[in-house]
Design a protein around this ligand. Structure first.
Ligand code: AP5
Length: 230
């Protein structure tokens, strides 16, 4: 299964990708997580990327594409992946198509856009907390940790992302609004795009995604071999 999840900041792409990777037996590949890991190690790429992320702007393509290409070349992504946060522009989408073609691998099976209105996005982002240690995600109201500020799984400390500050979120929403339409059109023309309602419990959203995946999802779950499709 080669799946892309689109949607505004805080729509639940990461939450759904994490749930889906177990169901579909393919890894989540989140451009934001890859960038944040580069920022943490203070690599040259991370230092450069942070300048854009702190403002809520898109990181230049050459930096993001380098990370994505490296990640997709890892063995666990050979039979599929769930891309979360990438592509974000038509240029990135075209590069992904060329990248898959260049590797002789199958093209995308599906692109799913999770639709969530701005007022709900603000609630979701302001309450999000992430474990510093294992990356598990919580929400102060919708999915609170059992112990204040501590991860249920590993007892790690929970933190709020730097780019979840109100001004930065506003900028991220503006960037999304400016870039989503061409991307939706690009994948719409390719016959790959389904839009789903992102309001409801995460399990309900998951069911909508599985329904949208249709046969492709059923085949992936049954462990059916990849069939070349261009
Ligand atoms: P990135 O990390 O990709 O952030 P994003 O797209 O803004 O999305 P988020 O991670 O904020 O939200 P999400 O949709 O994953 O929601 P989540 O599941 O966490 O990008 C960050 C930055 O990196 C960008 O601004 C840019 O600078 C750079 N970048 C990344 N990719 C790039 C690219 N391709 N090109 C250029 N630059 C790039 O859920 C949010 C909260 O809601 C959580 O607390 C969760 O528990 C809760 N929640 C989830 N689902 C539900 C539900 N159904 N009901 C109630 N609460 C829910």
């Amino acid at each position: 299964m080669r799946l892309v999840l689109l949607g505004p900041p805080g729509a639940g792409k990461g939450t759904q990708a994490r749930m889906l990777q177990k169901r579909l037996s393919v890894p989540q590949v989140a451009s934001g997580d890859l960038l944040r890991a580069a920022v943490r190690t203070r690599s040259a790429l991370g230092v450069e990327a942070k300048r854009y992320m702190d403002k809520g702007a898109l990181v230049p393509d050459e930096l993001v594409l380098k990370l994505i290409e490296e990640r997709l070349n890892q063995p666990d992504a050979a039979s599929g992946f769930i891309l979360d946060g990438f592509p974000r522009t038509v240029e990135q989408a075209e590069t992904l198509t060329a990248m898959l073609k260049g590797r002789g691998s199958r093209q995308l099976d599906k692109v799913i856009a999770i639709i969530v209105p701005d007022d709900e996005i603000v609630k979701r982002i302001s309450g999000r907390r992430t474990c510093k240690n294992c990356g598990a995600m919580y929400h102060l109201i919708y999915d609170p940790p059992r112990n204040h500020n501590l991860c249920n799984s590993c007892n790690g400390e929970l933190y709020q992302r730097d780019d979840d500050a109100e001004d930065t979120v506003r900028m991220r929403l503006e960037v999304y609004a400016a870039t989503m339409r061409p991307l939706f059109e690009y994948y719409g023309r390719a016959g790959l795009l389904s839009q789903i309602d992102g309001i409801g419990r995460p399990e309900e959203i998951q069911q909508r995604i599985v329904s949208a995946l249709g046969d492709a999802g059923a085949a992936a779950k049954a462990g059916a071999p990849d069939k070349a499709k261009d």
